[in-house]
Design a protein around this ligand. Structure first.
Ligand SMILES: NC(=O)C1=CN([C@@H]2O[C@H](COP(=O)(O)OP(=O)(O)OC[C@H]3O[C@@H](n4cnc5c(N)ncnc54)[C@H](OP(=O)(O)O)[C@@H]3O)[C@@H](O)[C@H]2O)C=CC1
Ligand SMILES: O=C(CO)COP(=O)(O)O
Length: 343
């Protein structure tokens, strides 16, 4: 089968960067955007200035504003619109999609209304369509500049994961495979919550110790919820888990971390989102994760405090005090039963 034609749905920073990767390894790439003004601007300037400043868009990338036209004659449909818009996009293309077109999702989030992961939205909307998710530590700003990057692609079907691995792999973009779709999707979504919190800590003027604490305890609560939701716990030690958590909590490219910094410095949510000007998935994911933690009876203290800061107006300094003054714990509380251990 020839997988050389790909359509990227969503011309934000991530869609554009992945379009560049695919063009660089010889694929025929179509890039769809919903706004004619953005289309005109890219044609005029040769750049996607708002989303990926300073990067030339090769002429080989064909631009589209008509989504039905865009998906025609392509073997792979790559989703890079924000999570909350994915169902809308799927519903639009559904009557026109061919059974052998592979959907690859590269967005990182959970649908708010349904609390579903993106593969589960696919199960509802297009249950027979081949599906894979691509995730991992990969800021668009570095990928677009060919800086070495590693990601993971997960699919229930090994041949689909391996096909997509081959499609994306370049000498600077290395792709691993994993069968754990739930784990890869949840790691990618939930790390944004912790990165937002790490940003808040930075904005409050705290240091590297606080960031390391949030990352270490953060991956533990992500893994706790992930396990309860059917993921393989080992996945959270991989690229889409701890790997992506590290990059998002430490990089100034991260929209989630930068948004948290502004909140930590005292800006309100509206000012913050306006200043970032791109999707900050962690805001919605915090809400969903908070509800999922309650639903599954899972302790997620960091997520809970971030939820209270975003949605209930809690002072970030009080959130830190609450986290620091929780009851004493054993570090490995899920593994060690303190009532039965000889120590
Ligand atoms: N940026 C990155 O480095 C990475 C991002 N991701 C994930 O990729 C996803 C997209 O992020 P990113 O590219 O950063 O986001 P951006 O904010 O840069 O771009 C979002 C894009 O989606 C478009 N869009 C928004 N709403 C709709 C809609 N209703 N229908 C169609 N298109 C729409 C926007 O178009 P418009 O301009 O018209 O609003 C814009 O082109 C997120 O889930 C993110 O977590 C994953 C890995 C890396
Ligand atoms: O997922 C990402 C990097 O792997 C991008 O994170 P941000 O959306 O916070 O920029």
């Amino acid at each position: 089968m020839d997988y050389s034609s790909v359509v990227v749905l969503g011309a934000g920073s991530w869609g554009t960067a992945l379009g560049l990767v695919l063009t660089s390894n010889g694929h025929s790439v179509k890039l769809w955007m919903r706004r004619k003004e953005q289309y005109d601007l890219i044609i005029k300037t040769g750049k996607n200035g708002k989303y990926l400043p300073g990067i030339e868009i090769p002429k080989d990338i064909q631009l589209y504003t008509d989504i039905i036209d865009a998906i025609k004659d392509t073997k792979i449909i790559l989703l890079t619109v924000p999570t909350q818009k994915i169902r809308e996009v799927i519903k639009t293309i559904k009557p026109f999609i061919k059974p052998d077109q592979i959907i690859v999702n590269a967005a990182k989030g959970i649908e708010q209304k349904s609390q579903l992961r993106i593969s589960q939205i696919m199960q509802e909307e297009l249950p027979s369509q081949p599906y894979a998710v691509l995730s991992g530590p990969s800021h668009a700003e570095e990928v677009a500049r060919n800086m070495p990057t590693t990601v993971v692609v997960a699919s229930e079907k090994r041949e689909i994961a391996e096909t997509i691995q081959d499609v994306f792999m370049t000498s600077t973009f290395r792709v691993y495979t994993n069968p754990d779709v739930a784990g890869v999707e949840l790691g990618g979504a939930l790390k944004n919550v912790i990165a937002f919190g790490a940003g808040i800590a930075d904005g409050l003027g705290f240091g590297d110790n606080a960031r390391a604490a949030l990352m270490t305890r953060g991956i533990r609560e992500i893994a706790r919820l992930g396990k309860a939701m059917g993921a393989d716990i080992a996945t959270f030690a991989g690229l889409s888990g701890i790997g992506d958590l590290i990059v998002t909590c430490t990089s100034m490219h991260s929209r989630n971390r930068r948004a948290g910094i502004l909140i930590g410095k005292g800006k309100n949510l509206e000012e913050t989102l306006k200043e970032i000007g791109m999707v900050v998935e962690g805001i919605t994911t915090t809400n969903v994760a908070y509800e999922l933690a309650i639903k599954h009876g899972i302790e997620m203290p960091i997520t809970e405090e971030i939820y209270k800061v975003i949605y209930e107006g809690r002072d970030p300094k009080d959130a830190v005090t609450n986290l620091m003054s929780r009851s004493r714990k054993h570090e490995m509380e899920e593994i060690v039963d303190m009532n039965n251990v000889e120590w």
